[in-house]
Design a binder for this molecule. Structure first.
Ligand code: AMP
Length: 210
């Protein structure tokens, strides 16, 4: 079974949600560069201060900053992890190759308009980071987190204008990763339409059967 996994796909394709479930079921470590960056912004580290303006603009944070964060996490290339939102550029993918051998890159395929709809309906918990969707996975009580009671908010990069900007960045800089991993024979495409459970089942089937 694959244990060192990279999850790629456009912003809003459900990488975070699916990674969370995989990690819960199989005990993998969840490494999300988006979460690591938001934490750095929240605590006001120098890296966070620099990263914030790129994130707010829907742009990618420069490779060297993100790579610094990931290197700390993958120090000795642990067994069993899912990288969620990393790599996002060919440069990052090449660096990752030098740090750690990846077993599989799962590519979540979704259509752009579905994504925009998903992202502008996304709400996140300020306290524990749990993610909801007003259409597909609504919280039980308005803007309150089911898990911890924290306040739910819309991330500044989930407003429509920024979502469109992020899609453009995705096409230009992240999309080429699909051929990068395909040419290395470790790409698995998953058609990410339908509900969260259905997509999760497809991912698990592929991971287990490989
Ligand atoms: P995410 O939560 O994965 O959607 O990431 C939120 C934002 O963090 C992105 O729009 C980027 O600005 C930044 N970010 C996250 N991961 C990366 C990465 N691997 N490379 C560059 N920027 C990143």
């Amino acid at each position: 079974m694959f244990t060192r996994i990279v999850l790629i796909g456009p912003p809003g394709s459900g990488k975070g949600t699916q990674t969370e479930r995989l990690c819960k079921e199989f005990g993998f470590a969840h490494i999300s560069t988006g979460d690591l960056l938001r934490e750095a912004v929240r605590t006001g580290t120098p890296l966070g201060i620099e990263a914030k303006r790129f994130m707010d603009a829907g742009d990618l944070v420069p490779d060297e900053l993100v790579i610094e964060l990931v290197k700390l996490k993958l120090d000795r290339c642990p067994e069993g992890f899912v990288l969620d939102g990393f790599p996002r550029t060919i440069e990052q993918a090449k660096t990752l190759q030098d740090i750690c051998m990846i077993d599989v890159a799962i590519n979540l395929e979704v259509n752009e308009e579905d994504i925009v709809g998903r992202m502008i309906n996304r709400r996140s918990c300020r306290k524990c980071g749990a993610v909801y969707n007003l259409r597909f996975k609504p919280p039980k009580n308005g803007d309150v987190c089911d898990k911890c009671g924290g306040e739910l908010y819309q991330r500044s990069d989930d407003v429509e204008e920024t979502v469109r900007a992020r899609m453009k960045v995705y096409k230009e800089r992240t999309f080429p990763l699909i051929s990068f991993y395909d040419s290395r024979g470790i790409l698995l495409n998953i058609e990410a339409r339908g509900g969260i459970d259905e997509i999760y089942k497809k991912i698990v089937e592929k991971i287990k059967s490989s």
